[in-house]
Write a new protein. Structure first.
Length: 187
């Protein structure tokens, strides 16, 4: 089993750190950028303390399309991802689509005011063996009505149609309010 390594140096020929390395075992070549021991066909490694971009793919117009930072965060449409995976595109159409095929998909859009809009092509969103919580503020109420899944927990009011609302009046009563906010029925 033969091992070969080809090192390429940029600038100072006397440097002990190559710009990139091609290794091979029996003719299988791996390319390393920032590493002399690439563990895959293409291995890119940043330097400890380096805050620069690690990897970037740009459009023909020079706009960053895919960006990896030296800390491992990935940005699509942004060079400054603020989480491990950030998608950014200031448009009124979906920024992300998850698809079964070209006809069956769900699109996700965050609009200009920060609202999330989910549009499934099949017109349903299903939460299997789950509860759905709609909360005000940073935390949801800890009340559990049942020990089963498939519940909808709403902290304030459920609005129906053009503005009729169901809302808890106190711990014993539920109220139905009209579109003007007037209490109509107590349950």
């Amino acid at each position: 089993q033969s091992t070969e390594q080809y090192s390429f140096f940029a600038g100072n020929q006397g440097s002990s750190t190559p710009s990139f390395v091609v290794t091979g075992v029996n003719g299988d070549g791996n390319v390393g950028l920032g590493t002399t021991t690439p563990s895959a066909k293409l291995a890119i490694q940043g330097t400890v303390g380096d805050t620069a971009q690690l990897f970037d793919v740009s459009t023909s117009g020079g706009v960053s399309a895919f960006h990896v930072t030296s800390t491992g965060s990935v940005g699509v449409g942004t060079t400054t991802p603020w989480t491990i995976f950030s998608i950014q595109n200031a448009v009124a159409t979906a920024q992300q689509t998850i698809a079964y095929d070209n006809a069956d998909y769900a699109s996700f859009l965050v609009n200009a005011v920060g609202d999330l809009v989910v549009t499934p092509s099949g017109h349903d969103a299903t939460f299997v063996d789950s509860n759905l919580f709609v909360c005000q503020g940073a935390s949801c109420p800890t009340t559990t009505a049942t020990s089963t899944t498939g519940n909808l927990f709403v902290e304030n009011a459920v609005t129906i149609g053009d503005g009729f609302s169901l809302k808890e009046i106190d711990t014993n009563d539920l109220g139905l309010y009209n579109t003007s906010g007037q209490l109509m029925v107590v349950f």
